[in-house]
Design a binder for this molecule. Structure first.
Ligand code: 5GP
Ligand code: ZN
Length: 138
C-alpha cells in the first residue's frame, strides 16, 4: 500500500468512499465526479500503476468484478448501455496512478461522445502500422 496513493487509502478505508464491491483482490466504489450517475471504479486492492503492471493471474477476478459490478450498475441506474474504460499514463488522461477501470452507465441518447475518430491517409498507412504492431508483439 502506498500512503501517497488516494486509491490505496480508499481500499484501506482511511478515506471514505461509496463502496460497492469487495471480493478477493478487487474493490469497487463510485467515482466522486461521475460522467453519468452510477459511474464506478474497479481497482485491484494492491497498488499497481497501469495495465502493464497488473499480474495476469488477477485477470479472472477482475473479469468477474467488471461483469458483476457492471451488471449491477446497469440494473440500479436503469442504464441500457455500459462503457468500460481505462486510462494509462498521463498522456491518456490518467490522473490517479493506481490502475483502475471505469464503468460508465449509458442511456439511449445521453449525448456523451467519448472520443472523436479520424481516417488513415490511405490503406498503405494502415497496413504498415498493423505490420509494425505485429512486429512489436514479436
Ligand atoms: P483517471 O483520470 O485517473 O482515469 O480517473 C481518476 C478518477 O478518480 C476520476 O474520474 C476522479 O473523478 C476519481 N477520483 C479522484 N479522486 C477521488 C476520490 O477521492 N474519491 C472517488 N470516489 N473518486 C475519485
Ligand atoms: Zn495505490
Amino acid at each position: 500500500m502506498s500512503q501517497d496513493c488516494i486509491f490505496c487509502r480508499i481500499v484501506a478505508g482511511e478515506i471514505p468512499s461509496a463502496k460497492i464491491y469487495d471480493h478477493g483482490g478487487v474493490f469497487a466504489f463510485l467515482d466522486i465526479a461521475p460522467v453519468n450517475k452510477g459511474h464506478a471504479l474497479v481497482v485491484p486492492k494492491k497498488h499497481y500503476e497501469t495495465l502493464f503492471e497488473l499480474p495476469e493471474d488477477l485477470g479472472r477476478e477482475l473479469t468477474i468484478a467488471l461483469k458483476t459490478v457492471g451488471r449491477a450498475v446497469m440494473r440500479a441506474t436503469g442504464a441500457t448501455g455500459l462503457n468500460l474504460g481505462m486510462n494509462n499514463f498521463e498522456a491518456a488522461g490518467q490522473l490517479v496512478n493506481h490502475a483502475h477501470f471505469h464503468l460508465i452507465p449509458r442511456h439511449q441518447g445521453d449525448g456523451l461522445n467519448l472520443w472523436t475518430q479520424h481516417a488513415y491517409e490511405n490503406d498503405e498507412e494502415m497496413r504498415k502500422l498493423a505490420q509494425a504492431i505485429r512486429s512489436a508483439i514479436g
